[in-house]
Design a protein around this ligand. Structure first.
Ligand code: S3P
Length: 432
């Protein structure tokens, strides 16, 4: 193993996180802004897009589909092609590591009268795609896959709206169907089993598309032109999570996080931390294109364990590995159940979380659909792995700061999927 493949992280030694920070742009909103901007009538301008590899994959795929995308200083200008204006790709579309890109772009390709192949890395090739194949085929597209996984060949055409009830509450599945519905005839309705992140719905509203949201029932009435978008993407709440957690756990911390997205379908982790006793103050809240954002001030806090409700699972799905880390430092029991979706993320996040935390000495029990942590645990340095998953890498880094001694993190570079510069930013705030 080369030196680059292992990062040694030392205990924070009471150096709290202090000062102010801003985060990279929200990844979920960035994917959607690029995709919807490319379907608009006219030019959209997007500032502060997520800088990681996932969103880079979206930019590359759109270019392959003939969408002009020009980078100007910190902005991207997209020439919208209209709802069904993509050019037939000459090469296969490389979605890299991104499940969001794969599922959302498949919905758009389903409305285009040509064949396009989507492929990705080993992680993406192992993730379930039948959850989008079934509804998109019911609308009239053809999707050929390798037994429900990538590579996926989408043959699109004239679609008819449907009413669909996905089995899981998934924003990716919901958005895939709604995006197919934009170019379809008639009404397309998704009835969710529970509320998932609603960035697609808010952006469609901001772009003047006829959409109705009645609790968990979302309907688009197509086809209708999309107005272009002027957007400054808020800081990514999921990326903020690692700094919020570290500031709650490390003695002497007082950290201000500026301009972070606070859409309440995303901030379950904030609710959970508050329930656990964390001191987190919200200031300067405002709204832009329907998305709430604001500043957070986080201080070191004494925490107690928490038992989650099903509703909180979807709202904090990407932060659950991090919650396990926090729970090791909270008095009492933290239980996460009903989170089996974690098994089909970039890696099996339940197994990865339990393996890493056990290696550092945590009292954590694996459940089929979650985990139980019995705190408070004294963690000590050891070996942890990213499991080639950006969120596991960043969660492990927070655990390493709390653990006594030194921890070796294997394949840390996977943070680049969503947060290039993560380790440097953390280091700067610890010594800030
Ligand atoms: C995302 C939705 C979630 C989340 C993922 C991003 C999105 O996945 O885990 O990181 O941008 O729509 P599911 O919709 O599959 O739960």
């Amino acid at each position: 193993m080369s030196e680059k493949d292992v990062l040694t992280i030392s205990h924070s030694e009471g150096n709290g996180l202090t000062g102010e920070m801003r985060l990279p742009g929200d990844k979920s909103i960035s994917h959607r802004a690029l995709l919807l901007g490319s379907l608009a009538e006219g030019k959209s301008t997007l500032a502060h897009l997520a800088p990681g590899e996932d969103v880079r994959s979206t930019i590359n795929c759109l270019r392959e589909l003939g969408v002009p995308l020009v980078e100007e200083e910190d902005k991207f200008v997209i020439g919208g092609q209209g709802l069904r204006g993509f050019a037939e790709p000459k090469e296969k579309l490389d979605a890299g590591n991104s499940g969001t890109l794969t599922r959302l772009i498949a919905g758009i390709l389903a409305t285009h009268p040509f064949k396009a192949e989507i492929d990705g890395d080993d992680s993406l090739r192992s993730r379930p795609m039948e959850r989008i194949i079934d509804p998109l085929e019911a609308m009239g597209a053809k999707l050929d896959s390798r037994e429900g996984s990538l590579p996926l060949v989408v043959t699109g055409g004239d679609l008819l709206g449907i009413e669909y009830r996905p089995r899981v509450a998934s924003a990716q599945v919901k958005s895939s169907i709604l995006l197919a519905g934009l170019g379809a005839s008639g009404k397309t309705t998704v009835v969710e089993p529970g509320p998932s992140r609603d960035h697609t719905e808010l952006m469609l509203e901001a772009m003047g598309y006829p959409i109705s949201v009645d609790e968990n029932r979302i309907t688009v009435s197509g086809p209708h032109p999309l107005d272009p978008l002027e957007l400054k993407v808020p800081g990514d709440f999921s990326s903020a999570g690692y700094f919020i957690a570290a500031a709650c756990l490390i003695e002497g911390s007082q950290l201000t996080i500026r301009d972070v997205g606070l859409n309440e379908t995303r901030t379950g982790f904030l609710e959970l931390l508050t329930e656990m006793g964390a001191s987190i103050e919200l200031t300067n809240s405002e709204e832009h294109n329907g998305e709430p954002r604001g500043d957070l001030v986080v201080s070191r806090s004494d925490l107690t364990g928490v038992k989650m409700t099903e509703d909180q699972v979807v709202k904090s799905i990407d932060e659950l590995p991090l919650l396990a880390v926090v729970a090791t430092q909270a008095e009492g029991v933290t239980e996460v159940r009903g989170a089996e979706e974690l098994r089909v993320k970039e890696t099996d996040r339940i197994e990865a979380t339990v393996t890493n935390l056990k290696n550092l000495g945590a009292d954590i029990e694996e459940l089929p659909d979650g985990f139980i942590v019995r705190g408070r645990n004294k963690l000590s340095g050891g070996l942890v792995k990213s499991f080639r998953d950006h969120r596991i890498a960043m969660s492990a880094a927070v655990a390493a700061l709390v653990a006594e001694g030194e921890t070796d993190l294997v394949e840390p570079e996977w943070v680049e999927i969503s947060y290039p510069g993560f380790f440097e930013t953390m280091e700067g705030l610890l010594h800030g």
